[in-house]
Design a protein around this ligand. Structure first.
Ligand SMILES: NC(=O)C1=CN([C@@H]2O[C@H](COP(=O)(O)OP(=O)(O)OC[C@H]3O[C@@H](n4cnc5c(N)ncnc54)[C@H](OP(=O)(O)O)[C@@H]3O)[C@@H](O)[C@H]2O)C=CC1
Ligand SMILES: O=C(O)C1=N[C@H](C(=O)O)C[C@H](O)C1
Length: 268
């Protein structure tokens, strides 16, 4: 039985994760943490998640539940996640990290914990997106140097704070690696005004933020006369949460290292 704690337990993903852990026969909900000072400290995390009392209350720090859990699932914000990694390194805990929007310095800091913490870090925990990444690698290799323009379009709910989505960036990276076109050089993240025509090798990104869209990603390979589109649409956050719980069970048996969902799913 994997003892799982969830940080950010009152958030959109936090509440969905409570549901997902409860539904998993090989995992147990060992604790939940909300922001220090939150009015929700002490609330039953089952009630927060809308599934009734579970007898587990929201703590205001990881220190308060340190002896209760083995794996921490964190879908919060970059600086919160890094602070939690430091805690897990110090206390011999494992982590599943779904937080997106880390900048280069924050990613380097996260990487630095790879030799001290067994962690799964992935911008999208759904099986479908991770399979899509393999499809994109294949499509980019076949089409990218044959005159097909590559564009990534992502849509999310109006509350999302980072752009492009972590998933869109990961899709871009996978194709950039397959084509040996570094994303820092070939990624185009903004087109406005007299920006000139498209260059052949750029990988373009476009972002939509609207309403309650859970998460949609389309990659377009377009040339004169035809267009291929590979699309993934998430219609429920449960797809991410179930993936995260699967990752937590998997990482419970791993040594130190930074792993991806591809490792968890055996897709590498
Ligand atoms: N990898 C994946 O599959 C997925 C990744 N994500 C990513 O997960 C992250 C969270 O998304 P979402 O759930 O929609 O966002 P929310 O804003 O709904 O949730 C984040 C939660 O973290 C809490 N929080 C902030 N600081 C702390 C702290 N110091 N200690 C404890 N809790 C804290 C917030 O509390 P408060 O509201 O009080 O500030 C909030 O409840 C984003 O980066 C998103 O992109 C989302 C879906 C899937
Ligand atoms: O913030 C979200 O909601 C999501 N974030 C992730 C991302 O940035 O890719 C994954 C998913 O699409 C939902």
């Amino acid at each position: 039985m994997t003892r799982i704690a969830i940080v950010g337990v009152a958030g959109r993903m936090g509440r969905t994760l409570v549901n997902a852990v409860q539904q998993d026969a090989e995992a147990t909900l060992a604790g939940g943490v909300v922001e220090p000072g939150s009015s929700l400290v002490g609330a039953d995390i089952g009630e927060l998640a809308g599934i009734g009392k579970l007898g587990v209350t929201a703590a205001d720090s990881l220190g308060a539940i340190v002896d209760d859990f083995d794996v921490l699932i964190d879908f919060t914000a970059p600086q919160v996640t890094l602070a939690n990694l430091a805690f897990c390194a110090e206390h011999g805990k494992r982590m599943v990290i779904g937080t997106t929007g880390l900048d280069d310095a924050e990613l380097a800091e996260l990487d630095g914990y790879g030799d001290r913490v067994p962690m799964v870090f992935a911008p999208n925990m759904s099986v479908g997106v991770n399979l899509t990444l393999k499809l994109l690698e294949t499509a980019a290799k076949a089409l990218g140097d044959e005159g097909y323009d590559i564009e990534v379009i992502e849509s999310h709910h109006r509350h999302k704070v980072d752009a492009p989505s972590g998933t869109a960036l990961k899709m871009g990276e996978v194709m950039a690696d397959a084509l040996e076109r570094p994303l820092k050089e070939y990624g185009v993240f903004e087109r406005v005004g007299q920006c000139g025509p498209r260059t052949d090798k750029e990988i373009g990104f476009a972002t939509v933020r609207a309403g309650d869209i859970v998460g949609e990603h389309t990659v377009m390979f377009a040339t004169e006369g035809e267009r291929i589109e590979i699309t993934h649409k998430a219609s429920s956050r449960m797809t991410f949460a179930k993936g995260a719980v699967r990752a937590a069970r998997w990482v419970a048996g791993q040594g130190n290292g930074r792993y991806a969902m591809q490792d968890v799913l055996g897709l590498e």
